[in-house]
Write a protein that binds this ligand. Structure first.
Ligand SMILES: [Mg+2]
Length: 151
């Protein structure tokens, strides 16, 4: 199967977002802020990829579920644990915080099933946040409780 690529597909959406409206029009590149669901999904997966690279850089294991996965509908995009500062390995476990992060674009909305899943996880003791940009994600990792949206 061969996908037909447009100029917009060849350009990173973040780059397109930085171009002036006139430059975008001259090059026939749509405004990524108005490009609809497909560009939105791409922006979300790019943010998720950035977050995953950061976790890998820090040696934090995470689970990446395929978007087509149906095993856990509404399961957050990133689930991982971060150790409590200064905690040492005990006889069986090390104290840490289970983190459940839902990645969304600036305008992305949680589905009702995502909301109920995240609330249930929070009830179980997970630290739950919705993150809409990379800086916010880094602040969550740094323990800034004001960073990210609560559910
Ligand atoms: Mg998401």
């Amino acid at each position: 199967m061969t996908a037909r690529l447009t100029r917009a597909d060849l350009l990173a959406p973040r780059l397109a977002a930085r171009m002036t409206e006139a430059d975008r029009r001259a090059l026939d590149i749509p405004d990524p802020a108005k490009a609809g669901g497909r560009a939105d999904a791409r922006r979300e997966s790019e943010l998720q990829r950035d977050c995953e690279r950061e976790l890998t850089r820090r040696g934090i294991e995470f689970l990446h579920l395929s978007p087509r996965s149906r095993e856990k509908t509404g399961w957050p995009d990133l689930t991982f644990a971060i150790p409590e500062p200064g905690s040492e390995f005990g006889p069986v476990w090390r104290l840490g915080t289970p983190m459940a992060i839902e990645v969304k674009t600036a305008t992305g909305k949680l589905s009702p099933v995502q909301v109920s899943r995240l609330r249930a996880m929070q009830h179980n003791g997970w630290y739950v946040r919705v993150v809409r940009d990379f800086d916010e994600f880094r602040r969550v990792l740094a323990g800034d409780t004001a960073a990210g949206e609560r559910v």
